[in-house]
Ligand binder design. Structure first.
Ligand SMILES: C[S@@+](CC[C@H](N)C(=O)[O-])C[C@H]1O[C@@H](n2cnc3c(N)ncnc32)[C@H](O)[C@@H]1O
Length: 293
């Protein structure tokens, strides 16, 4: 199915009237199977050490301006956690390296899971750990109620047709007082005022290499820009305002919320780290929340 024909808009967050109803979970699964995260973006072959190192470097440099926010890891290392929508295993390995060895990595895409397993195998020195991977749909998890102490779910629920269902599932599988770290694309002032920023973008021509995204800046609609960020064939990508995100997280108590991520690699010139950090604070593209059941 041609994603461009679907005219995806984002009118409400519970999926009732939005045209993203046209996107099925099968479309989402098919896209991420065809193009797991970072595949088509690196010069290195997927599954090689060079590929994973390139991905980690881009993720940390670009999404976190050089250093991952330590709040993401402030949880008990020994208790069972779920990395939901684990993609190609970036977070599983980052947690693993910090001594977290009781993790389930779950994703809709079998091909992403295969790459994630290869990634963990490169970094795990022992088979004695309790880290494994499972194919799962975030909207309908197979786990029993109240089995995890923490769920890490970064950059996932904005790609699923019914984000609210995924949030309710996270809530269900968490133990009482369990926590989750959830991040989604943020409708920042550039996206909110795209008609004003578009002429500047026409001059700067920001674009991302690979996945057919080079002309992302030419798009008129912010829905299209957000969708295309992960690849021109991506069927679904949504950005949330703070209010929409708070509503989405409804069954949870939010105890921390912050912003990050300015995609500096999309610029044709290098910017100094301090400027990158500053832009990540003033025009962030992701919003993060730590929540408690
Ligand atoms: C942008 S990637 C993020 C991967 C990872 N969380 C990270 O931060 O590196 C989005 C991932 O979400 C997965 N995904 C999308 N919808 C999903 C769903 N309903 N259930 C499980 N995984 C899903 C995709 O397969 C893809 O691997």
């Amino acid at each position: 199915m041609n994603a461009n024909l679907k005219n995806i808009t984002h009118k409400n967050i519970d999926g009732k009237i939005s045209q993203r109803e046209n996107v099925s979970i099968k479309d989402v699964e098919q896209f991420w199977n065809n193009q797991p995260l970072f595949v088509g973006e690196s010069v290195y072959k997927e599954g090689t050490r060079e590929f994973f190192e390139h991905h980690s470097q881009v993720y940390i440099d670009d999404c976190f301006a050089g250093s991952i926010d330590s709040r993401i890891f402030k949880i008990d290392k020994d208790l069972p956690m779920l990395d939901l929508g684990c993609g190609i295993g970036f977070w599983v390995v980052e947690f693993y390296k910090r001594g977290f060895h009781n993790i389930v990595g779950a994703d809709l895409s079998e091909n992403s899971l295969k790459i994630a397993k290869e990634r963990l195998n490169l970094y795990s020195s022992t088979l004695a750990h309790n880290v494994f991977f499972k194919k799962e749909n975030a909207e309908n998890l197979s786990f029993s109620n109240e089995v995890f102490n923490h769920v890490n779910c970064q950059g996932v629920v904005h790609h699923t047709p019914n984000p609210k269902k995924a949030i309710l599932e996270i809530h269900r599988v968490l133990k009482q007082d369990g926590t989750a770290l959830i991040s989604v694309y943020y409708k920042n002032s550039i996206l909110k005022n795209w008609s004003l920023f578009r002429p500047i973008a026409q001059l700067l021509k920001p674009g991302l290499s690979g996945r057919n995204r080079e002309h992302i800046y030419k798009k008129n609609s912010i829905d299209e820009i957000v969708r295309m960020y992960d690849g021109s064939q991506n069927p679904l990508g949504l950005a949330f305002s703070r209010k929409e995100f708070v509503e989405l997280l409804e069954p949870f108590k939010i105890y921390d919320m912050w912003y990050d991520f300015f995609p500096a690699r999309s610029l044709k010139f290098k910017i100094p780290r301090f400027l990158h950090k500053f832009l990540s604070r003033v025009i962030p593209f992701m919003i993060f929340a730590k929540v408690k059941k």
